[in-house]
Design a protein around this ligand. Sequence first.
Ligand SMILES: *[C@@H]1O[C@H](CO)[C@@H](O)[C@H](O)[C@H]1NC(C)=O
Ligand SMILES: *[C@@H]1O[C@H](CO)[C@@H](O)[C@H](O)[C@H]1NC(C)=O
Length: 284
Amino acid sequence: MLLFLIISVSIGIIQGSEYYGNFVGSLKNNFVQAEIYLINSTHLQVLNFHATTDDIADRPFVILSGNKRIKPKIYEYLHSAGGSWLKSRNDLQNLKGNGRFVVNAGSDVQMKQFGVVNKNGIILAQVELNKNAPKPFCCFEREDDMGLFGEYGIISDPIEVLDSRTLRVPNFSYEASKTPDGYFYAGTGATIDQNTGKKAAVVGRDTPNKICAITKDISNQNMIIRLDESQSVYDIEWLSVFCYQYSHDFGHLDLGLVEDEELVPPYIPEIRSFEPIYEAIQKC
Ligand SMILES: *[C@@H]1O[C@H](CO)[C@@H](O)[C@H](O)[C@H]1NC(C)=O
Ligand SMILES: *[C@@H]1O[C@H](CO)[C@@H](O)[C@H](O)[C@H]1NC(C)=O
């Protein structure tokens, strides 16, 4: 019993820290249940979707905009051993258990309400989408027009937050060839050392199971970096260019984003046709 309590409390903590977007409301009646979050101005996220009636449309989600009714694109949000991914769904038949979905209304739609319809197109439940849509945050600065700054020529323009796990470091320079190793590194606490952060991946170069040191000089490049899956931009306090081997901070920027004040889009995994396969950590 005690063990069970401890496990459920720790699961609660993990889920509590996951960020889904701006919560707009719950659907909860005799037909359907779900929680709805805005991802950005075109997308929303449906959590714990569960229909308790058989009279539900094959494609049950609608976006209402004035008197227009839009059938959005629906993607199921799935977790596999190789990571999270989105799978396109043409219908929600054979849904097992509670479903999690990403819904794309399309680019020129003013999303006003989200609804769930039955086979005759009658709305069974709906929520108002009357909260602010999350958007990228610009920018974290050290001083005017400067983001990162440090040893070995490290400098960048101010750092933009694209989503809850993705940062853009524009115009980044770093004389990496003169250093033993160097990584983007994000974490919390007063000291920056091997225990207080996690390596971030350089998008387009690293993969989650293979994050390599930067070894070649970089001059005025735009870098997109992805935080470790255990972190979001709301729970890190600094971004460093860090020498892992000697546990040395070459230069860092203090960041602090408060969820109640700045809502950025939640990180959404990629749309795939097949589930990602598990790959063990690889050496560089
Ligand atoms: C990048 O930074 C250099 C100076 O370090 C500056 O001359 C250049 O205009 C910047 N480029 C962009 C695209 O901001
Ligand atoms: C909204 O988020 C989705 C999922 O990450 C993304 O594909 C889309 O481009 C975003 N839309 C806008 C307007 O930023």
